[in-house]
Design a protein. Structure first.
Ligand code: NDP
Ligand code: 8X3
Length: 267
């Protein structure tokens, strides 16, 4: 059964990787999608593909369109402006996918940079909080809605030099758990989907555009693809209203922990 068709879903970080894959998967299942991210050209390109999915040109089911809104989730006033824009457009989101996020650098804590820490904390924690604070009240008022936070295996296991990135994902895990307590007397659900290694632009961003260094992360490893995480997000969203998948950990088969990874076998 498709419980996603006809829903309106806001997806942050929709210009690349997991967010882009979520947009396309939701559109394919007939949702109206609202895409957020900073890169306007990419937003437009992903929205065009989502619309094609909805028209059934690529096998999707009819849906309600794709809207774009360029936004830096660290801009608190901008997030409030986005919520106002939704109201003015008469859009009441059924779904919020808090996916925008990043890691910067891979350093020992005592060698890390305060700028990198600020960027991770402001995006992964405060950006997610502000988006949630802006859209969750409407869901509570309507007594319907679902927030899915894209967490990480780094919310469960810390790995060397992953310190502040892991701290932000531990925070997301705590916030998901805490919000579920606060939402207990409503029909609004909050979930986190926590992936292991996914092949996206994540490492390119982490290593500030060093493509060679980024490539090493995925070399000889059968990492998850963004579509795999989008599938998990859709599973969580498609669950019957009585079911709240509070947390789902999705790992590559070759990675049983951040410390235990099998290299791809030679062909
Ligand atoms: P990508 O770098 O491919 O995509 C990141 C997305 O986040 C982009 O769309 C980017 O858009 C957006 N984004 C980043 N900063 C901001 C900001 N300040 N404001 C608005 N949008 C922003 O990485 P992934 O797809 O891999 O990452 C998505 C999520 O998945 C992150 O939360 C990450 O922590 C998590 N994750 C990733 C894993 C991996 O191995 N790749 C594993 C586990 C979790 P733009 O630059 O256009 O603003
Ligand atoms: C991002 C993936 O491998 O750095 O959450 O934990 S990893």
């Amino acid at each position: 059964m498709n419980r996603i068709r006809g829903k309106t879903a806001v997806v942050t970080g929709a210009t690349a990787g997991i967010g882009e894959a979520c947009v396309l998967a939701l559109a394919e299942r007939g949702a109206r999608v609202v895409l957020l991210g900073r890169r306007r050209d990419r937003l437009d390109a992903v929205a065009a593909r989502a619309t094609a999915q909805q028209r059934g040109e690529t096998g999707g089911q009819a849906g309600g369109g794709a809207l774009v809104y360029a936004l830096d989730v660290r801009d608190r006033a901008g997030v409030a402006g986005f919520a106002d824009w939704l109201s003015r457009e008469g859009i009441a989101p059924d779904v919020l996918v808090n996916n925008a996020g990043l890691a910067r650098g891979l350093d020992k804590l005592h060698e890390g940079s305060a700028e990198d820490w600020d960027e991770m904390i402001d995006t992964n924690v405060k950006g997610l909080l502000d988006m949630t604070r802006a859209l969750l009240p409407g869901m509570v008022e309507r007594d319907a809605g679902h927030v899915v936070n894209v967490g990480s295996i780094a919310a469960h296991v810390v790995y060397p030099k992953g310190n502040v990135y892991a701290a932000t994902k531990f925070a997301v895990r705590a916030l998901t758990d805490a919000a579920n307590l606060d939402l207990v007397d409503t029909r609004v659900r909050m979930s986190s989907v926590d992936p292991g290694l996914v092949e996206t632009e994540f490492s390119l961003v982490r290593f500030r555009g060093n493509a060679g260094r980024a490539r090493q992360t995925y070399e000889d490893v059968e990492a998850l693809q963004p579509e795999d995480v989008a599938d998990a997000v859709c599973y969580v969203l498609n669950a019957p209203p009585r079911v709240n998948v509070q947390r789902m950990i999705v790992m590559p088969t070759v990675q049983r922990s951040p410390f235990v990874m099998a290299k791809r076998l030679a062909q």
